[in-house]
Write a protein that binds this ligand. Structure first.
Ligand SMILES: [Zn+2]
Length: 289
């Protein structure tokens, strides 16, 4: 059994106009689920979203962050995964009502969108919104790539909820290719090979073994693997900044009643406590040095 999980591998077909990615996740997925007690279909959805966001993050050509958010009028009002170019991921879902089914519509409702936000460290942020298409997240993502990037893309997502494992593969035509017909043929050929991947293989074999099984007749160049980790970006300073949005009176009243203001991060569920002492910079800014 493979121990090389929580790794993203990018690869390229030397003689074809296609590139690919494979991601296999366990600990990062478990950390995101944490003690949230999500219903099983929501855990499944977050696993798919995590694998998808990791794959998308690896398509970035620059340093920055990406967030893939689903919003809808169903029992799950939103589910989001944020990732950055270092493959540091976090995510959360909001469940508002009883869940009657497993598919995307049953979870997100009939009016649901996928919002993809790309935030480069330098440069402008970009947001793409597509209506959720079909029954699966991968179909919606393929549609997103087709419309926003004009790049033929295929995505496979696979989650084992019982073992908390999530995996995904992505194939994409190379944008610089001239011969469109050849590009299509190459892409179809590699897609057919990739579609034969078994869930069991994705979750238990090393990426190298999976790629060998699928593409042993092709010349594949595999790049340096990238570890994927759960990392929350919350901090005491960010919470304090949020508290400054309250009025001085609201803060005083709350402290009077509860002794502290407690803020719990939606993503990692860490609670930050602010007692009167810690709130001095807000309550008495003039005493600050
Ligand atoms: Zn946090």
């Amino acid at each position: 059994m493979s121990e090389n999980l929580d790794v993203l591998n990018r690869y390229l077909f030397e003689d074809l106009h296609v590139r690919g990615e494979i991601v296999q996740l366990k600990q990062s997925f478990a950390d995101i689920i944490g003690s949230h007690n999500y219903p099983e279909p929501v855990t499944q959805l977050l696993g798919e979203l995590l694998a998808a966001t990791s794959l998308l993050t690896a398509t970035l050509k620059f340093e920055g962050e990406i967030s893939v958010q689903l919003q809808g009028d169903g029992p799950v009002s939103f589910a989001v995964i944020n990732g950055n170019h270092q493959q540091q991921m976090r995510g959360v879902a909001q469940v508002n009502g009883p869940i009657a089914g497993k598919d995307l519509k049953a979870l997100m409702g009939n009016k649901a969108n996928m919002v993809i936000t790309i935030m480069p460290k330098q440069g402008e942020r970009y947001q793409g919104i597509v209506a959720l298409q079909g029954d699966t997240l991968s179909e919606s993502l393929e549609h997103y790539f087709e419309t926003s990037e004009q790049l033929t893309t295929k995505i496979w997502l696979d989650v084992d909820v019982a073992k908390l494992r999530a995996a995904g593969m992505l194939l994409q035509v190379l944008p610089d290719s001239q011969d469109k017909q050849q590009q299509h043929q190459d892409f179809d050929h590699i897609s057919q090979l990739t579609a034969t991947v078994k869930s069991e293989e994705l979750h238990t074999l090393d990426a190298e073994q999976v790629l060998y099984r699928l593409y042993h007749q092709e010349k594949v160049r595999v790049f340096e693997p990238q570890p994927v980790v759960f990392k929350c970006s919350c901090s005491e300073d960010k919470c304090l900044a949020a508290i400054t949005n309250l009025s001085k009176q609201e803060i005083e009243d709350h402290i009077e009643e509860y002794m502290t203001i407690d803020m719990t991060c939606d993503y990692c569920q860490k609670t930050y406590h602010f007692d009167r002492q810690k709130l001095q910079p807000i309550l008495n800014p003039q005493t600050q040095h």
